[in-house]
Design a binder for this molecule. Structure first.
Ligand SMILES: NC(=O)c1ccc[n+]([C@@H]2O[C@H](COP(=O)([O-])OP(=O)(O)OC[C@H]3O[C@@H](n4cnc5c(N)ncnc54)[C@H](OP(=O)(O)O)[C@@H]3O)[C@@H](O)[C@H]2O)c1
Length: 284
């Protein structure tokens, strides 16, 4: 008989994790014990709970035999029943939600909340706290998750987090000092890339390529470039120079982009997002 995993706050990210863990491929015998037998999802109101129920109804049978119970207004009871709790409410609901189930020392808390440091969470939960920053592509298995652990989290608990969270896509462990930067780069990152996709699409439209084909071109350029960087192992600068014929079209375009500060705009934008992430933590 496996353990119970409770998801406190099952919205965009909670549902992405629910879907990733529930639909994970059948685990090997030596890792099967990392998977819960039951996941309890907790929301605040009936309407959002129905969304979770409707989502689960689209799933087939879980390859690891996981059952889902969806609830609302039952946080305390659901935390009592769990040995592992994923916290996925918006940051401003974290305090009231944790106050409802204060100091469950023996349980392991995995927090997704931006800006909430391990030390702040320990004030409500005791020691066994892991912090995860992931992003919306997790919903499709192409997410990225950056993870830090409190010193009290033991190696088995770290393995459990890695096993479950890696199903969102890429799993990376970093020291907590990097979490505000990860919040900006990983958490907010999809919005920055979407801005780039939108800009490329609109460049096509501006020059007379229809919307549908502009979108197809922009997406394929992005996908192909990512694959090229991954497969070649080369630095993006080296690959960029391979596209630049002397006196040609690409270098002309890049010069205008440099004039407009595109690169420093991106760097400073991500940096600004990380400053806001750090401020979220200081407000508490
Ligand atoms: N969205 C992103 O791109 C992203 C990226 C990285 C990190 N994150 C982090 O992920 C966390 C969740 O963000 P999200 O975008 O998934 O938020 P969300 O879609 O608003 O989901 C949060 C859920 O929490 C529920 N909730 C609110 N109060 C509750 C309570 N008292 N008890 C139980 N459930 C309650 C809400 O349900 P009701 O509707 O019933 O109130 C809602 O379904 C945040 O802390 C955020 O920092 C998000």
């Amino acid at each position: 008989m496996g353990y119970t995993l409770t998801i406190l706050g099952c919205g965009v990210m909670g549902q992405a994790l629910l879907s990733a863990i529930y639909n994970a491929p059948k685990a090997a015998e030596e890792t099967a014990h990392f998977y819960p037998s039951t996941i309890i999802t907790c929301n605040h109101d009936e309407l959002s709970t129905k969304q979770v129920v409707d989502l689960v109804a689209t799933f087939g049978e879980s390859p690891n035999g996981i059952q889902v119970e969806s609830s609302y207004g039952q946080n305390e009871e659901a935390v009592k029943r769990a040995s592992v709790v994923i916290l996925a409410t918006k940051p401003f609901y974290v305090e009231p939600v944790l106050n409802e189930c204060r100091y469950p020392y023996e349980k392991h808390l995995i927090s997704l909340a931006a800006g909430w440091t391990i030390s702040q969470l320990r004030g409500y939960w005791g020691g066994r706290v892991s912090r995860v920053m992931t992003n919306t592509p997790a919903k499709y298995g192409y997410g990225c998750a950056v993870v830090s652990h409190a010193p009290e989290v033991n190696s088995k608990e770290k393995q459990l987090v890695a096993q479950l969270i890696s199903h969102v896509g890429k799993y990376i462990e970093l020291p907590e000092k990097n979490m505000d930067a990860a919040t900006a780069l990983v958490g907010s990152g999809p919005a920055f890339v979407l801005l780039m996709i939108e800009s490329l699409m609109e460049s096509g439209i501006q020059m007379g390529i229809p919307l549908k084909e502009s979108k197809e071109c922009a997406l394929k350029v992005l996908e192909g470039t990512v694959k090229m960087v991954e497969k070649s192992g080369e630095h993006p600068s080296a690959l960029k120079h391979q596209v630049c014929t002397p006196g040609g079209t690409t270098i002309a375009g890049l010069c205008v982009m440099e004039d407009r500060g595109v690169k420093s705009g991106i760097i400073r934008g991500v940096e600004e997002a990380s400053k806001v992430a750090a401020q979220l933590g200081q407000k508490k």
